[in-house]
Design a protein around this ligand. Sequence first.
Ligand code: F0G
Length: 355
Amino acid sequence: MSYRGVIDRYRAYLPVTDKTPVISLCEGNTPLLRASKLAQWIGAGKLNLYLKLEGMNPTGSFKDRGMTLAMSKAVEQKTRAVITASTGNTSASAAAYSARVGVRCIVLIPGGAIALGKLSQAVMHGADVLSIDGNFDDALRLVREISDQYPVTLVNSINPYRIEGQKTASFEIIDELGEAPAYQFMPVGNAGNITAYWKGYLEYQKHGKIRQLPRMMGVQAAGAAPIVRGAPISNPQTIATAIRIGNPASWKQAVAARDESGGGIDTVTDDEIVEAYKALASLEGVFCEPASAASVAGLKKYACLHPDFAASQETVACILTGHGLKDPDRALASVAKPKNVKADLKAILNELKLG
Ligand code: F0G
């Protein structure tokens, strides 16, 4: 039978019944790609390194896994409108699923701080997009207040159905590898996704599908690293706009995932993020957004600090949370611009130096 999305595939593990309408765009079932050249670039050529390509979801990010469930439950509960604060991907996903089922979608975004592709998605899918004079944390505070007072369903990751849907990514990794990776590196912003993956791993362990749990390795941008610093940051800064968050809603759950798994949460600089972003694209043919590349930058930093790990054959998964096409401006700012050449064979051959 053809693939029909994460609710259909993992129904037994999700809080749905026969009465839940399934609102799906066929999300999930994303590739898990071996990346041996990248492992070498990291300085850990023997690692069994995999990339989970979450940018291959229908709206180009992992948010679709949670949104299918949040939206299906919202419609089951007869909601007429959903609301979300977003650094871009949640709004793109919420807008798409809302359009599909015909509910109103309201989005608050930090003004001037979301990537072009994400903004175009929210607008194209017909969401009411309000760009506020404030950052993501301000937007989240406002949408929480609005959803407390008005009949609109909040679809940020504090909505438990978002976490339930997103945990299916752990199931996919295990179903494919036959075990959990020893380490999983992933970007951390509002901290819903690390919460969701850890929940997924724990549930599969409970069902006897794995013997060992992975170490959960979270990565924050150095200028937006409240969990690493141990205090909220009022003015977070990073080129990885998806994770430009100063006061994550699922802070405690992220710390629990880190500590229970024997993992860690560390920072990477914007320069390290861009370096990993370019290496993924040029060495593996994988174009992800900057926030996603933070996972690889975090792995590289960890390997540099831990020579035994770098020399090992451990299985490692890096979660690439969103597609590179989301943020074309950053891509073009990170590499040399195309050269202008006259439309003339000689001039072109002169440039190409083919031999
Ligand atoms: N990677 C990408 C591409 C994201 O869009 C986000 C979060 C994260 C990582 C971090 O995930 O918040 O669960 O820790 N984006 C949210 C949004 C905040 O509004 O799209 P997290």
